[in-house]
Design a protein around this ligand. Structure first.
Ligand code: C2E
Ligand code: CA
Ligand code: CA
Ligand code: CA
Length: 280
């Protein structure tokens, strides 16, 4: 029995060491990746689903690693959020987004605002409003060109600092979106205390295939109604089918983002798109 026990202990120890080594390797690869500019972002348009016009785009980070290949944010963002490295990546991406906007401003006729994703860890680590102000000064942009997406869970975790951050962002002229709205448990309560400018309806509502589910439709309808009553524009996320568009239209939910319109695309593709597709 004792021998077996020791074997199991050493098995678990090996597992833990293995896990730690993997994390050390990931930290190393991300650090090197940031130095070597392996990170970039894709752009996904948000559309007026009635006219097809592009109203803005969202920057979603992508890691093209020579060792790991194409890594999706679902794999590295939560990890970076947990070990304090997310702000290095985010500030890098925000700078790159502003650079792109400035390039558009100088070289293209049409520019749409780009939204960036801000993690609660960023808000706790640096002064995000001042950081963004410095960036738009550096690139000679107006604050309307940069939209700030903060995920709903940030509001429950650290309400006061998030609220203050939003107030400061407003003072600098930035517009704030509440991302993944409806995904948490305290959404409705939080709306009362925060003054975000736009809601993004979490894609899980759209995903539940509302075409077959009366209850699902009524939940979405109620959320959209509430947004309208509060005078908050609402964008439906994860829209993939014409049936979903029809349902959203019947609720007067006009703005949408999802594969039905466009998948996230490389910056150069987004630039081509801006020259051919109408925008508001
Ligand atoms: P998010 O901000 O909610 O972004 C939406 C995610 O849904 C993106 O995944 C997008 O590619 C995907 N998506 C868009 N349309 C559809 C659709 O019609 N159907 C389906 N099934 N999915 C769709 P992605 O790019 O993998 O990003 C995942 C999450 O990682 C993002 O969720 C965001 O929370 C986070 N993230 C991405 N880039 C950054 C970043 O630069 N900084 C931070 N802090 N977080 C980021
Ligand atoms: Ca987002
Ligand atoms: Ca979202
Ligand atoms: Ca999210």
């Amino acid at each position: 029995v004792k021998g077996n026990f020791n074997k199991r202990i050493s098995y678990f120890t090996d597992e833990i060491i293995n896990q730690l080594e993997k994390e050390q390797q990931l930290i190393h690869d991300v650090t090197v990746g940031l130095e070597n500019k392996e990170f970039t972002f894709y752009l996904q348009p948000k559309c007026n689903s009635e006219t097809g016009a592009i109203v803005s785009m969202e920057a979603l980070s992508r890691w093209i690693s020579p060792v790991r290949g194409f890594v999706s944010p679902g794999e590295f963002i939560p990890f970076l959020e947990n070990n304090g490295m997310i702000t290095s990546l985010d500030t890098y991406i925000w700078d790159a987004v502003c650079q792109t906007l400035s390039y558009w401003k100088h070289d293209h006729l049409y520019v749409v605002p780009i939204s960036i994703n801000v993690s609660v860890a960023d808000i706790e680590t640096i002064n995000v409003p001042e950081y963004l102000q410095d960036l738009i000064t550096k690139y000679d942009l107006s604050p309307e060109m940069l939209l700030v997406e903060i995920t709903e869970t940030a509001f429950s975790e650290n309400n006061i600092i998030v609220r203050e951050t939003i107030d400061q962002l407003h003072q600098h002229g930035f517009c704030v979106l509440m991302d993944d709205f409806g995904s948490g448990y305290s959404s409705l309560n939080m709306l009362k205390d925060t003054n975000v400018d736009i809601l993004k309806l979490d894609m899980k509502f759209i995903e539940m295939n509302p075409g077959n589910c009366q209850k699902g439709i009524q939940i979405i309808d109620s959320i959209v109604n509430m947004a309208h009553k509060l005078n908050l524009p609402i964008i439906a996320e994860g829209v993939e089918s014409p049936e979903q568009i029809a349902m959203l239209h019947s609720m007067n939910c006009i703005y949408a983002q999802g594969y039905y319109f466009y998948k996230p695309m490389p910056i150069s593709d987004a630039e081509d798109l801006l020259t051919t597709v109408p925008h508001e």
